[in-house]
Design a protein around this ligand. Structure first.
Ligand SMILES: Nc1ncnc2c1ncn2[C@@H]1O[C@H](COP(=O)(O)OP(=O)(O)OP(=O)(O)O)[C@@H](O)[C@H]1O
Length: 255
């Protein structure tokens, strides 16, 4: 059975139909990359898959159960959602923020255990953030804060991660490091849905791609069927060509 399923899902913002009749099944061990222009509805889709944004038609199923019937705590155990917003309105250390990933696993009056602390520290270290634990989140650079929010999602240890541009603001080395960490998560059996503005992240991580054309239409499937110059040129309204290297296609904009 699929972990998460979109069934005839339609999403609107105001009068604008962003996604029409989307059918998607995300199974264990799959990584989906979601691509499309600014404003095409990628974040709206992730919000809907997380059970937050209400569809105009259709539904999202989590483990085969309609999302509205899944209690919030159960949702939080099943899926981790990294949004684009990293700011926190009140003072918080990096470790405190990362430990929020354990909240779904704690009872009402329970404090984080030594194992929770070790897990959070471990996720920070995987993203090159060892030594940042006691720093005030607000004092971090944009890329550092982005990595903390990814470490928080990893600390949640949910079978499915919904990641909204986890690599934005990351430099080249930290992008590669984060991709390696996500590949490890995939190998461990987790599933990932990742929004990106770089189609080349697909070859490094994804098994499947979802292209959102912004007018309600979409294309979804395994990488070889969905990632090609024709569809990407249509997606970005700009000609895209491909360079073949080591059996992978690398997509570049034509000048
Ligand atoms: N509350 C709202 N009311 C009206 N329109 C909204 C609202 N929230 C978002 N939108 C619009 O819905 C569209 C989709 O927004 P969304 O954030 O899903 O796009 P996106 O594909 O994630 O974009 P980006 O690549 O810029 O992050 C955008 O045109 C946005 O302006």
């Amino acid at each position: 059975m699929s972990l998460l399923q979109a069934q005839n899902l339609s999403l609107k913002q105001g009068d604008r139909e962003l996604i029409c009749n989307l059918n998607l099944q995300i199974s264990a061990g799959e990584a989906w990359i979601v691509l499309g222009e600014n404003g095409c509805g990628k974040s709206t889709l992730l919000s809907s898959l997380a059970g937050w944004f209400k569809p105009s038609a259709g539904q999202v199923l989590l483990g085969g159960v309609p999302m509205q019937q899944v209690a919030p705590l159960q949702r939080a155990k099943q899926l981790a959602w990294q949004t684009q917003q990293d700011e926190c309105p009140f003072p918080l250390t990096v470790l405190e923020k990362t430990l929020t990933g354990r909240h779904p696993h704690l009872s009402r009056w329970e404090w984080e255990s030594a194992a929770d602390l070790a897990l959070a520290q471990q996720q920070l270290a995987r993203l090159d953030l060892q030594g940042f634990a006691e720093r005030d989140l607000a004092s971090l650079s944009g890329g550092e804060r982005r990595r903390v929010s990814l470490a928080t999602a990893l600390t949640q240890q949910a079978p499915l991660m919904l990641l909204d541009e986890p690599l934005s603001q990351l430099d080249l080395r930290h992008q590669q490091q984060a991709l390696a960490v996500l590949r490890e998560e995939l190998a461990a059996g987790r599933s990932i849905v990742m929004v990106s503005h770089d189609p080349n992240h697909a070859a490094q991580l994804a098994t499947h791609a979802l292209l959102l054309f912004g007018d309600g239409t979409w294309s979804a499937g395994v990488l070889v069927e969905t990632l090609n110059t024709k569809l990407l040129s249509r997606l970005y309204h700009h000609p895209v060509s491909a360079i073949e290297q080591n059996g992978s296609s690398w997509f570049v904009p034509m000048r």
